[in-house]
Design a protein around this ligand. Sequence first.
Ligand code: ATP
Ligand code: MG
Length: 720
Amino acid sequence: MDVSPILDPLNEAQRDAVSASVGNTLVLAGAGSGKTRVLVHRIAWLLTVEEATPWSVLAVTFTNKAAKEMRGRIEELLGQPIGGMWVGTFHGLAHRLLRAHWKEAGLPQSFQILDSDDQFRMIKRILKSLDLDDAKWPPRQVQWFINGKKDEGLRAQHLDDGGDPYQHQMIRIYTEYQAACERGGMVDFAELLLRAHELWRDRADILQHYQARFRHVLVDEFQDTNAIQYAWLRLLTRGQDNLFVVGDDDQSIYGWRGAQVENIRNFEQNCSNSRMFKLEQNYRSTGNILNAANALIGNNPSRLGKQLWTADGEGDPINLYSAFNEVDEARFVIERIRQFISDGNSRSESAILYRTSAQSRIFEEALVQSAIPYRVYGGLRFFERAEIRDAMAYLRLLNNPDDDAAFERAVNMPPRGIGPKTVDAVRAHARDFNVSLWVATAELLKGGAMPRRAANSLQGFLDLVEELRIDTAALDLPEKVEQVLAASRLPEHFEKSRDGKGQDRKENLEELVNATRQFGYEAHADEEMDELSSFLSHAALEAGEAQGDPFEDCVQLMTLHSAKGLEFPLVFLVGVEEGLFPHSMSADDPERLEEERRLCYVGVTRAMQTLYMSHAESRRLHGQENYPRPSRFLREIPSSLMREIRSGPQVTQPLYSKPARAYTDESVGFSLGQRVIHPKFGEGVVLNAEGQGRSARVQVNFETEGSKWLVVAYANLSPC
Ligand code: ATP
Ligand code: MG
């Protein structure tokens, strides 16, 4: 047996961890030190040296993409396929388990996954049916409450309101919501985990089967497991001493969603006979990037404490760009990416990382204008687009007519004369008789009490779905989708839409057919589902990890949260401003501020060679102009590691300025973003400019007086 391909590419500490005897093991190490690599090599080691079968290994990764990569890398190391191994996210694995044991888990065989948008709508519906005011009971808050409780393993009946009317109402909504889910055979994301846990907790026979099967359980990004995920892992590995986890407490960034960094801090206490390995050499980033990351995270008081070093050189300093506004920031970034590509690098080696997904739009527009292909991860995802959801609603109804969320979506889309009153009547009947909307409609139609026109339209809808089900039963998935699109008349409807996106929307629908073609049913065939169910689950679970053709060379755009575990030669960390990053909601809470700082640490450590950090002096956010200060995180990085890039004259023109606004620097005498002082209005920032010569005007935002347009020749402005 030749273990050299497995051990040779590792350093000594990594080798120790990979070749440790089987037992509870924690690899605790900073970013880019090879944790994920250790996990992959550990699996290869188990399969060769410990003679484990692929069938006996369960590995949890952070994304489906990571799972795919892990599989590929293990197969490469071993030179053979490893079918039968369970590799996936917690949600993906829980889903797989529930598909295999739907009956024991108390689910209908065709249970459907409710993604967070469906869940939101469902909650809105429940609030309405309970006569609760949306304004007083914001659906997002309710959603947060329900998911939070599920993540803690709590069902409505476990909760006690303690006499608090707010809690009382929340528990009531949770109860109603869950009843509606059960009626429709719907499972939300948090429910996947909770139910998978309950399945093992309550069915000793099933648990024993999996305990006997999974002799090796490995987890990447362990610092971000939440209570229910941890409990699930503990059940599986109870008494077995076979849990191998890797993680970094400094990269715990899901505390706001219930992740418990204590799981990693207390690993040694909680797991018997455990060993810990530390890795300290970083292989990813240059010295400067690493030192910046170390300095930044050093500001967090509660850490396990780790030292990272690199054998690499210092590399370039970290580039800091102060943009005058968000448009200038985008222009700057795109310009640098263009340069990077023209130097012969591939686009996918560059990434733009931001704190909130709304920030992507401006970069997307700039990339489109520059005709540079890009891909957004975790933004508005393909499967989340309205038109795609509408089409999916029909597919879901074919699969399960009791899917209320799909019914609501499709019943009057495209419009077929079924008004809100009619739908209300259907909802009321469904509630009164505790049946699905589909059944309620059929019963109402049979009862004959509906007004004629409404009855005709509803009957038309039921017939349409019924006929589609029969006509497409024997077709394969892409043909099925084509026929559903044609019969639903959704493409025609969207083509006519007046928002200027008609063509896009129609093309997206066509893309859905492609998506089903690329789906590769065989790859998912072990999930014990028919092709349509398998595709629908795939769409709900994997939505948004990637869009478009994964093989196309694209600039990568994503939120910092989605960037975890990844690495890129060129990274732009944008919008590094107070209020945005750290986020305004976290700045006053020390714990949340620490989490923001960890997020920044994650961002910085994604960069291999070159890192740009940028902030804008003015930013339009939620329709308002803001003048944020640069983030404290920038100050926490030693200035000796930074190189400031000033906006030169070429930078002072807004990217999308209207022709009338175009101006040259000289004609106005001030650059955009420049601080100026006015004898009467005081200090301000130049936001905009137009005209030339004696008619040149500038718009200045004054600290006390607000924004004003001034004629330069008369304004007596001076730089300050
Ligand atoms: P993160 O905390 O960001 O998830 P990580 O600790 O999982 O990072 P990896 O992604 O496994 O780190 O490794 C970082 C980079 O260093 C990868 O490109 C990996 O291939 C490389 N690397 C890791 N160990 C070695 C090694 N011993 N020799 C050469 N390259 C290595
Ligand atoms: Mg990793």
